[in-house]
Design a protein. Structure first.
Lengths: 433, 433
């Protein structure tokens, strides 16, 4: 067996067997398969795909490239959620404490933002002092103590995925369903969960822009989950406009604090409750998703969810005074209000463009090594379906980068589409698989 | 512009403009585009192809990555030949001195064998002392003195091609028509020729196994030649069985010496004369290909072609005593005769398999760094259409690697197919474009 033969075999559309996938992935970790051979292979997979069996083997090889955390000593059904990523997708920060407050252990390993989408880790780290790089021991300890932990991928968890993901990002090989599926599931399986709820996003601001691709990805993820004995369900949700109003790191944390305190941001909370209901159903705490949703509403109303969020922040060394008093957070040097130049209904807000503008403001990164400004971002004032008067505020921009403000304003104005008629209603949750 | 954007653009099937191709190729040479980005790009080109305009731009960028040799001070129309590679393809060693003997300057830059095909440089270097790494100054000097020079690609000639070819070889991205076309033509244009005859091989032992691919490649090559003001024609020739009888380095040189001395090896000389006729026609020395062929036959018959070959060997420091007396060459440690186990007509000889067996014997390389044994090889005794008696010799094996002899014998026996009826005649030259 040699690397070139395997690249050529996949390139020619043949199915790879376990031995070949193991040889290639493990060889890459050991250095006998080089970066340039792996990237050619990934591009061949992009074009020739992998069938379900190959994807499951790839996932398995990636899981066993590192440690599989054993959480069996912790009581209860451990449930996690994974989102395929979107703009303003801050759901985890509300969802995880909410479900944990219902008595279900939530061990969550999250990622960073890349490209136009944000990442849960960056949002958490915008809380001064908050640590996301816990050891596996602390990870286990925290779950057993407060039912909740939110960390980043460690060196021990699926190192093959870590290395592959970094390479895919710089070689134009991200958008491949088998590669995405193996990447997501290898991390989730290695983190020691029993069940998983997926939020597969579709639309302009999602990685899977077409609904059929999103459905295919969801089916792949569920099938792999089954193979590994993890109860898995998927929600297909809309990502045509940003979720909620805030897009940026600290401003999203503030929105989450408000929601945890009972504020209703309709689209954000609809998705959060639906996912929470699914998690409680999988955990066996609720009989149905609907019952689970009711339980979630209860812990938000009672303040238990917010209390759990505070426990999380304290446990991971975040400065709780900023949660109690978000106003004391440092402010961006420049702010600007975008005002409507006509009256009408908001017909469309381009989530992808909003994502890219927020990166430009400093809220995201285009390269792994880019630094993030937690204060930077956009807070929308109007969303799809809202009526706006001429001169009314559409959104507010926050940044330390004065030099790009004009460009940002210009692009943000164009990201809004205003029509004389209200838009046709589009459901936020397209379905459950 | 950034490398990932360009990879994604090609991956999605869009046409790249000159700026983008320049940015990517020159960036690769300077190091701002990495190996792994280039290999992902090459695989994307494998799948999405390049149109003729992109291929011409790629060629141009590769030509100007190095020196374009100026041969305008040398009188006459400088003509070269390029073969897309085959098994037993020793044509250049007869053709170049033959055409030079007709008064046409032949500046030839050749390659090494890789995979199942041999390379002219390895064959020349099997002549003790023969130097192929001349400077550009010596290259020009030799042409002006004896109308003939045969060297390897120098660091100055199309360095982008050199670097790209090495990468394609280890990443499964060799078999791409635009990449092959740009690779061939960039070297040929940079070497300073005025006209070019192409030998595009098709069949089992060729890189382009299908005739339609071979025709597409030929058309691409000719179109690029035209753009750069080089008169270019292509012959489409058969590569289903090895060309001539010898497959290996020194044994092929011996076969060429015999042919230069007037021996007729039918298929080998038919191709050689046709290409020679084409070269003389392009040079304007002959009015038609047929007239050119007659002139070539004349210089073989008169001994002038062999004399020119001797001049070449002397000029490039080869030991002429081995040309005068090939028998004094060192012998392989092991030889074996393959005998037929039935009587009948040779219906088929698998050129690809013969190529791979010869590599195994030591005559070729699977990796760039492999060392070649010039003595190793196979000399066929029978070719397609020949009648063979039970027990008669089919071929002879030469190698220093005793341990692989049994495998080689076994595979060689299977490479021959013997039938009771003579095979249907297949023309050697499929056409001229």
């Amino acid at each position: 067996m040699n690397p070139v033969e395997i690249i050529r075999k996949k390139r020619n559309g043949s199915k790879l067997d376990r031995q070949e996938i193991e040889f290639f992935i493990n060889g890459y970790l050991r250095g006998s398969v080089s970066d340039y051979q792996m990237s050619a292979f990934l591009m061949a997979v992009y074009f020739q795909k992998m069938d379900f069996e190959e994807t499951a083997v790839l996932t398995d090889v990636m899981v066993h490239s590192g440690v599989v955390v054993d959480l069996s000593s912790i009581e209860g059904v451990k449930v996690d959620k994974h989102s395929t990523g979107g703009v303003g997708d801050k759901v985890s920060l509300i969802l995880a404490p909410m479900v944990a407050a219902c008595g279900v252990p939530v061990p969550m390993i999250s990622g960073r933002g890349l490209g136009h989408t944000g990442g849960t880790l960056d949002k958490l780290e915008s809380i001064p002092g908050f640590k996301t790089n816990l050891s596996i021991d602390d990870y286990k300890k925290n779950i057993s103590q407060i039912n909740l932990v939110m960390i980043g991928q460690t060196d021990e968890i699926a190192p093959a995925d870590r290395k592959l993901y970094a390479l895919r990002d710089v070689t134009g090989t991200v958008e491949s369903i088998p590669l995405i599926a193996a990447s997501i599931m290898s991390k989730k399986i290695a983190e020691g969960i029993d069940a998983l709820v997926l939020d597969v996003k579709t639309g302009r601001g999602a990685f899977m822009q077409s609904e059929s691709d999103a459905i295919e990805l969801a089916k792949n993820l569920i099938q792999i989950g089954k193979i590994f004995g993890k109860k898995t369900i998927a929600l297909l949700t809309d990502m045509n406009q940003p979720l909620g109003y805030a897009v940026g790191n600290w401003c999203e944390v503030v929105e989450c604090i408000e929601c945890l305190q009972g504020k209703n941001v309709p689209d954000l909370m609809e998705v959060t409750y639906a996912l929470g209901g699914g998690m409680l159903m999988l955990a066996g705490t609720a009989q149905t998703v609907e019952e689970g949703i009711s339980m979630c509403r209860e812990v938000i109303k009672s303040g238990k969810a917010f209390e759990k969020f505070n426990d999380l922040v304290k446990m991971q060394e975040g400065d709780i005074s900023y949660i109690k008093n978000p106003e004391k957070y440092p402010k961006s040097k420049f702010t600007k209000e975008i005002k409507s130049t006509s009256s009408g209904y908001i017909g469309h807000i381009d989530a992808l463009e909003i994502g890219f503008i927020s990166v430009m403001l400093g809220a995201g990164r285009m390269k792994v090594e880019d630094k993030i400004d937690p204060k930077a971002g956009i807070v929308l004032a109007k969303k799809i379906g809202d009526f706006v008067e001429n001169g009314e505020i559409l959104a507010k921009i926050f940044t330390d980068r004065g030099e790009i403000m004009d460009t940002a304003v210009n692009r943000l104005e164009k990201a809004y589409q205003i029509a004389s008629e209200p838009p046709v209603f589009q459901p936020l949750i397209h379905g459950m698989i």
